[in-house]
Design a protein around this ligand. Structure first.
Ligand code: CP
Ligand code: NVA
Length: 306
């Protein structure tokens, strides 16, 4: 059975927790791993980016190398994909050349079609719908800082985004409460909330950021204008009251941490004093992308008998 990594909702808690535990172990031995032959020697990961990336691109590249493998960096535009070759045919051909594919593209359906036609693992490196690798790193960061997620409360304030959807996917899997505050027009699609509740998740949606953050263990936000969004000006106007300011952060638990997937826009979704303040763990969170990619790659390749 090919092991794709497409969405947090596809997995049991045991699998997700095992990837995080493995990533934490790999983080502890990261220096040693650079000098011993890695378990993925001889394996190649193709990375297809149809949208820009700093963290995902660099962390997957370094993670694959740390495990002994190689990478090929591609953009959709420079492949025949950009001239209309189908995703299915691209998947069949790449499956003969490389050992796994990581793709960043806006259309979630494209990633699913790639996975359906590939005989090698496919990893979702962000779509407009979800960003599972990011949220696995976020969970790893929170577990490192505050222990198991069970019984914790996480607040999201700002616009819905791919990162929020993966947080919604994670809530029932990890047993934490998720309180979301967005303006109605930038709220997550109700189908995601319905899914989380059916799965036993405690996910609340409102439009009051102060109510959402009161007493929580973690405050998370994301850029107001995601890749593919075209209504930037309206978003800046409507989302202003949802900024994670020092005043808002003071309503959370005194030990609360602040997370952001980055890139951040100080003065928009987060005040500089929060982003660069003592409660912010954004740099550890960014570093953990590297360690969690190793866990994800190791898990995917273990299924392929690597
Ligand atoms: N957080 C994140 O995915 O960053 P990049 O867009 O730089 O990969
Ligand atoms: N929601 C953001 C995340 C970037 C990592 C975007 O899609 O642009």
């Amino acid at each position: 059975m090919v092991r794709h990594f497409l969405d947090i909702s596809d997995f049991s808690r045991a699998t997700l927790q095992s990837i995080i535990d493995d990533s934490i172990r790999r983080k502890a031995t990261a220096k040693a791993a650079r000098v011993v032959p890695g378990p993925l020697a001889g394996k190649t990961l193709a990375m297809i980016f149809e949208n820009p990336s700093t963290r995902t691109r660099i962390s997957f590249d370094l993670a694959m190398r740390a495990l002994g493998g190689d990478t090929i960096m591609l953009t959709g535009a420079e492949m025949q994909l950009g001239r209309g070759e189908t995703i299915g045919d691209t998947a069949r051909v790449l499956s003969r050349y490389v050992d796994a594919i990581m793709i960043r593209t806006l259309e979630a359906a494209k990633v699913e079609e790639l996975a359906a036609n590939a005989t090698i693992p496919v990893i979702n490196g962000l779509t407009r719908r979800s960003h599972p690798c990011q949220v696995l790193a976020d969970l790893m960061t929170m577990i490192e800082k505050r222990g198991p997620m069970d019984g914790k409360t996480v607040a999201w304030t700002g616009s819905s985004s791919n990162v929020l959807i993966s947080w919604i996917h994670a809530a029932p899997r990890f047993g934490f409460r998720l309180k979301i505050a967005t303006p109605a027009e930038y709220a997550p699609d109700p189908s995601f909330l319905d899914w989380a509740r059916r799965e036993g998740g405690e996910v609340e949606l409102g439009d009051d950021p102060e109510a959402a953050v009161r007493g929580v263990d973690c405050v998370v936000t994301d850029t107001w204008v995601s890749m593919g969004d075209t209504d930037g000006e309206r978003r800046h106007n409507v989302l202003k009251p949802y900024q994670v300011s020092s005043r808002l952060m003071a309503l959370a638990h005194p030990d609360a941490i602040f997370m952001h997937c980055l890139p951040a826009h100080r003065g928009d979704e987060v005040e500089g004093a929060v982003m660069d303040g003592p409660q912010s763990v954004v740099w550890d969170e960014a570093e953990n992308r590297l360690h969690v990619q190793k866990g994800i790659l190791a898990w995917c390749f273990a299924g392929a008998g690597a």
